[in-house]
Ligand binder design. Structure first.
Ligand SMILES: CC(C)(C)CCc1c(C(=O)O)[nH]c(=O)[nH]c1=O
Length: 312
């Protein structure tokens, strides 16, 4: 079956790629992504300066395949590293390049976006709105006023189609408020739902210790356990953002969850925890599983079922 797609005006040979943060911090990581069967690749969220990130252990899978917890602390090579990578990238290869930016301030996001806009490159920007905000205030994604202010500056600056990475929302009023902001920006072409479910806590029963070192063991939750929250966010924004696309991420461990994300409204699907645990071979596996599911159900393309989840 045909699992190709178009996102922000660029063609992906298949709808699968990495979630920003996984297998994408260094050129070596990105080479693995280019060589994999993914349909695209995205870089680790960049800040203006290089960052080491938090002390380890800062990521761990959770028992019985239920997911993962991480508090990486935005380790990255600094935006100029990814700008150089984007300048050298072979855009004639069939695999489009996405760039994640996570400025620690609006000024930082302006500085980084300007650099990419001035370089006039075919790569597509995904701004990470799980980025920190003013200390003491919730992350950007939970501060509607701050998000609107940020987009009112960045959207006209970026000019061409771009996307934003969103934390999960859990209240219908928040879906409504966030969508009202996003619908004001025509070149905001897609939203990526969801980032990790914030500030979970994993504790080892035997040692009675937190599993990760940073933040007293508090970290973002990913993997199968967040699937149903991810599907809800994909579908909520699919319903509320006419003319925009949704990238679905969260809980994709097989072709089945990728199928469900498309049914909920996703135009492309990112994989985080499963990629971290299985490696880049995950893309060939899930692509085949999804294609087999489509054949079994009689679907030829993703358009045949995208967003067609039935209500009772
Ligand atoms: C959580 C932040 C460090 C503020 C942003 C980077 C990030 C991280 C991270 O680098 O810790 N982990 C995630 O699961 N999602 C993210 O967006």
């Amino acid at each position: 079956a045909d699992i190709s797609t178009t996102l922000a005006g660029v063609k992906l040979p298949n709808l699968l790629f990495n979630a920003s943060g996984v297998c994408c911090q260094t050129e070596a990581d990105l080479k693995l992504m280019v060589e994999s069967e993914s349909g695209a690749l995205i870089t680790k969220s960049a800040t203006v300066e290089q960052r080491d990130g938090n002390p380890a252990p800062r990521y761990t899978p959770l028992p019985n395949g239920i997911g993962s917890i991480n508090s990486m602390g935005l380790p990255n090579e600094g935006y100029e590293y990814y700008l150089e990578y984007a300048k050298k990238y072979d855009y004639n290869s069939e695999k489009p390049l996405f760039i994640s930016l996570s400025g620690l301030s609006l000024d930082d996001n302006v500085k980084m976006c300007k650099a990419f806009v001035d370089a006039k490159l075919p790569c597509v920007l995904e701004i990470n709105y799980s980025c920190p905000n003013v200390p003491g205030k919730p992350q950007m994604g939970y501060d509607m006023e701050a998000m609107e202010k940020s987009l009112s500056v960045l959207a006209p600056l970026i000019k061409k189609p771009f996307g934003i990475k969103l934390p999960p929302y859990f209240d219908i009023a928040h879906f409504d408020q966030a969508a009202a902001v996003f619908n004001k920006f025509d070149n905001l072409a897609f939203v990526t739902c969801i980032n990790s479910v914030g500030n979970g806590l994993a504790i080892d029963f035997v040692t009675e210790q937190a599993l990760i070192k940073p933040k007293d063991g508090f970290g973002g939750l990913g993997g199968l356990m967040v699937l149903n929250t991810a599907l809800a966010n994909v579908n909520a924004f699919h319903r509320r953002l006419p003319g925009k696309q949704i990238v679905g991420v969260g809980g994709v461990v097989s072709g089945k969850e990728a199928f469900l994300h498309v049914l909920a409204g996703a135009s492309a699907v990112q994989i985080g925890t499963m990629l971290k645990e299985e490696g880049p071979g995950v893309f060939a596996r899930i692509a085949k599983e999804l294609s087999d599911i489509m054949v079994a159900k009689g679907y030829k393309t993703l358009e045949d079922f995208r967003g067609k989840v039935k209500t009772l």
